[in-house]
Design a protein around this ligand. Structure first.
Ligand code: GLC
Ligand code: CA
Length: 576
């Protein structure tokens, strides 16, 4: 594996700082808390941490509204705490990447305060300002977080543009001074020893400069109600078309390519740093752009069926290998969840076999070709918490969903709350469940955590109890992550599908010069007697292999591949 980079071999773990661990007992996660859990992360076996924004922020968008790019949020601690965290991680062989929000700052950022103060100040062109047209906004563009994309500023007699909340004004990336300022922030963290960045919301950084009116025909209420909550008042194709017609001018502009090239140059001023984009567009992966983008397409389904995964991998891997990247080629990156999406058990479970499916899904992410990204709490099987009171919501987007349903669509209170609670990102951002104690041991008994704790910590969904049980999900995570590390084929091997017609199970080889592994994921409740050496495959599979791992009881040692019995929902990994 000598020629792979650290980020190609690593298992990443996303920390959502507000909810990870609270050391100073104020109900909010912090850096000291995260430091205390570094041994836990080392024992879990992960190699790198992606930390969601840790910068000062008014928290209108839970940290994605940054008011200072070169400091630490006081709720989380100090810069010295951060250095201790970084050193502590490095000492344990764990790298740390941060979140880089390019598109917008907080409206409380000093840059914006200055920019909004007059039409004539040194930062007057740092954001996207336009004159009113006929006494109103410059065009009919919308914010993806609700309402118009324009906000009036009396001090300038002008409107500023925001793709997200009005408290998140878009930076003007066509201004070289903005680039320099943000690149200096990148250098600041790289100088401290940070190992890379996850680049937020890549698609939204540029919008069309001539800003023509969008040509969508649905009302914003109808568009959001159908587009966000999967309501079927219109066929999905219509909604998709309308979505593009409404937002097309505001996203995915070609200038992003040049910006990423500049960012990569800054990145490469430092040794061994890595950039991953919040985008599924593989064209951003290049030797002079990003190292990786996420395979979000894999997640865009209700059920992860063998057929879905095969098709996704086929398209993804052939797309990546067609890119002009030096050996070993553009590198895949797979994930099933993050702070913006439902918990894996809720998203991809069937309500009946969620535990079995959670194990299959982890095995999938750890055995497919590419760098896996895991989200904190998944390792103990945390699930979505559906809030029962709008006053408990902390995600401004969730509150807007509620208002959209209530006043925009005119739904009753109960229905509005139900839709908002199922779609707010609060549900998957609740505090980490450390033990079976008040607030799951996240914070002291007499303190209210910033977001309610999911009460299912009482029924075994907590770290302390799962650490003691060898059959727990947490133990399973540890075993599989260790297994991946010990078997080079699972990291560097090619992905070669076999039995491609199978509806119930996914089977593939991971094959490198040093080793070949067979992976079988039975995604059904049926059991089968399978012949992996049969001609149903163009790959040669030997008659016998050595059992590396099974999620079921199995005798260790040799396994007959001409008639292998595969149990319901079994994860089977065999060395050939
Ligand atoms: C990204 C973040 C999300 C945030 C948005 C705006 O999509 O993941 O949490 O709300 O960008 O910054
Ligand atoms: Ca705290």
């Amino acid at each position: 594996m000598a020629d792979l980079k650290w980020w190609q071999k690593a298992v990443f773990y996303q920390i959502y700082p507000q909810s990870f661990a609270d050391a100073n007992g104020d109900g909010i996660g912090d850096l000291k808390g995260a430091i205390d859990k570094l041994d836990y992360l080392r024992d879990l076996g992960i190699d790198a941490i992606w930390m969601s924004p840790n910068y000062p922020s008014p928290m209108v968008d839970c940290g994605y509204d940054i008011s200072d790019y070169t400091a630490v949020a006081p709720e989380y601690g100090t810069l010295d705490d951060f250095k201790l965290f970084l050193d502590g991680a490095h000492q344990r062989g764990i790298r740390v990447i941060l979140d880089l929000v390019l598109n917008h700052t907080s409206d409380q950022h000093a840059w914006f305060q200055e920019s909004r103060s007059s039409r004539d100040n040194p930062k007057k062109d740092w954001y996207i300002w336009r004159d009113p047209v006929n006494g109103g906004p410059p065009n009919n563009w919308l914010s993806t977080f609700g309402g118009p994309a324009w906000e009036y500023e009396t001090k300038r007699g002008q409107y500023y543009y925001h793709f997200f909340f009005r408290e998140q004004p878009d930076l003007n990336w066509r201004n070289p001074a903005v680039r320099q300022a943000m690149f200096d922030a990148v250098r600041f963290w790289y100088h401290l020893g940070v190992d890379g960045f996850r680049i937020d919301a890549i698609g939204t950084v540029f919008e069309r400069e001539d800003m023509p009116d969008h040509t969508g025909t649905l009302t914003p209420e109808a568009l959001f109600y159908n587009g966000r909550f999967g309501k079927q008042e219109y066929p999905p194709e219509v909604i998709e078309k309308e979505w593009k017609a409404t937002f097309g001018y505001q996203v995915d502009q070609p200038e992003m390519i040049d910006l990423l090239r500049e960012l990569r140059k800054v990145n490469d001023e430092y040794a061994d740093r890595m950039l991953i984009g919040e985008s599924e567009k593989i064209e951003y992966c290049a030797d002079d752009m990003l190292h990786m983008v996420f395979n979000f397409n894999l997640m865009r389904t209700e059920r992860l069926t063998p057929k879905w995964v095969r098709q996704n991998q086929g398209e993804r891997l052939s797309g990546l290998s067609a890119l002009a990247c030096p050996e070993p080629g553009a590198w895949p990156c797979n994930t099933l969840g993050n702070h913006d999406s439902p918990r894996v058990k809720n998203r991809f479970g069937d309500g009946e076999h969620d535990e079995e499916l959670a194990r299959l899904h982890l095995a999938l992410i750890l055995t497919l070709k590419g760098t896996p990204f895991l989200y904190n709490g998944e390792e103990i099987g945390m699930t979505d918490l559906i809030l029962d009171d709008i006053r408990k919501f902390r995600d401004t987007l969730g509150v807007w969903y509620y208002q959209l349903c209530r006043s925009g669509i005119g739904l009753p209170e109960e229905a509005s709350l139900d839709i908002a609670a199922h779609n707010t990102r609060d549900k998957n951002r609740t505090p980490l469940q450390w033990k079976n104690a008040a607030h799951a041991g996240f914070c002291p008994d007499d303190v209210e955590p910033w977001l309610p704790v999911n009460p299912n910590y009482k029924v075994g969904i907590n770290v302390e109890q799962q650490e003691r049980v060898s059959s727990s999900l947490l133990s399973y995570y540890r075993k599989l992550i260790l297994l991946r590390k010990a078997n080079p084929a699972l990291i560097e091997g090619d992905y070669l599908p076999i039995h491609e017609e199978a509806i119930d199970y996914l089977a593939f080889l991971r094959k490198s010069a040093k080793q070949t592994c067979l992976v079988v994921l039975n995604m059904s409740g049926g059991s089968f007697l399978l012949d992996f050496t049969s001609p149903a495959t163009s790959q040669q599979v030997p008659k016998h292999g050595e059992l590396l791992f099974s999620s079921r009881e199995r005798p260790s040692g040799t396994i007959d591949l001409t008639q292998a019995a595969v149990a319901p929902f079994e994860v089977l990994i065999v060395k050939l």
